[in-house]
Design a protein around this ligand. Sequence first.
Ligand SMILES: [Zn+2]
Length: 470
Amino acid sequence: MPSPIRTPRLRARLLSVVVLCCTLLGGMLAAQPATAAVPVANPNSYHVLVTKSRPLNPLNYIAPDLVYFPGTNYVLRRAVSANLESLFAGARNAGAPLSVVSAYRSYAEQASLYNSYVARYGQAVADTISARPGHSEHQTGLAVDVGNANGSCGLGACFGTTAGGKWVAANAWRYGFIIRYPDGYQSTTGYTYEPWHLRYVGRPLATEMKTRGIPTLEHYFDGSNPTIKSPTDLTAVDSAGVLWNYPPNWTGGFAQRARVGSGWGGLKAGFTTDWNSDGIQDILAQWQDGKLTLYRGLRGGGFQSPIRIGSGWANHEITVGTWWRGSRYPSVVTKDGAGRLWHYANNTGGALSSQARGQIGSGWQNLKITLADFDRDDNQDVLATRTNGELVLYRSNGKARFIYESRRTIGSGWQHIESAQAVSGFRGPDSYGLTARTSSGALRHYPINSGGWGGSFTIGLGWQNYRLFR
Ligand SMILES: [Zn+2]
């Protein structure tokens, strides 16, 4: 069994990387050093952090440069209004017209709103749905509640499932906005899911958060520096059993790698995933002896002591992903030694239970499985490689079932692909594709666009002795 993972050493490993995979050099030189972000207290900053425990200073702060949002009586800061106009135009062009439901609220307006909730629901409930005066983002002039122009699901969690809500979640970053209170982060933000509450942070920060998969402003500002920085990192074990992590440079290459741990020679397959949905990437390790262990990533780097979440998995080929859309946690689809395909639900962010499994296929013994959302509908699909190298698409319905349809062949020559991982953002925001290793040891990237494959390219050479995490 492996030694505990150590916090990575950040000293340069340049030479050994160059020898092993010389074409990574350009990417390494382009890498920016990580900077620790400090929460911004200046209420005039687009990056100001206002929470239930971080009020505005002064409490009765009045935002500068407030303007009317065109055609309404709603008020926002000038840059917010201009970018919201562009966002609304984008939504309209996409067939999902939006309107403003609430915008700037002064200290006095927030006080009367909060007091009305207290009168109706009591203070405990009021505190989960409304901010106290001086503690609301709406008082900064940087926050806006939006809704569908037809009013459906206004200020309701179901807004997130409407055309407007989906469009906003996918595209707000392009205009400098974030969904400030995403689903599943009440313990971090203090607010339940508010798919309608947009917060302007400016395009650079919104783009960075989108690209790096940072779920909340709190995560951004807590100075977090986890070992595995994002779902797009490439993690790999070398022939000496040393575990490495390669963060992307977001332009189609990798930044400098960091040593994560040693003693990983007995690994059968490794996965990086946010298994417990805390915003930090974890490692799921499948060992040759059939044990499945979970290493929960820590915000400041390193991992908690591993816990065993399963055993008897020696003959399984595992995939990990968002198999059940809307589920809080990622789950597992696995192929057993008899060629049966099973879905194991992850209901707790911890151990897997055989009671929580369901069979979803059979006859898969000669197919190799890779997980990717090939048709870009936000549901994880299976790409199955046949022994003759044909790649066949099994589209899934987001509920861990395959869509009943004739299977499309989407590639050939894939018998030479030994391992592949689907990643977002590798070539920049909104990019998607597979990073794969070939039997000759080339590391290649295969972009997946809305219409199918983009032009593939080689990232590095000399990877034949690495076991790539997926
Ligand atoms: Zn709001």
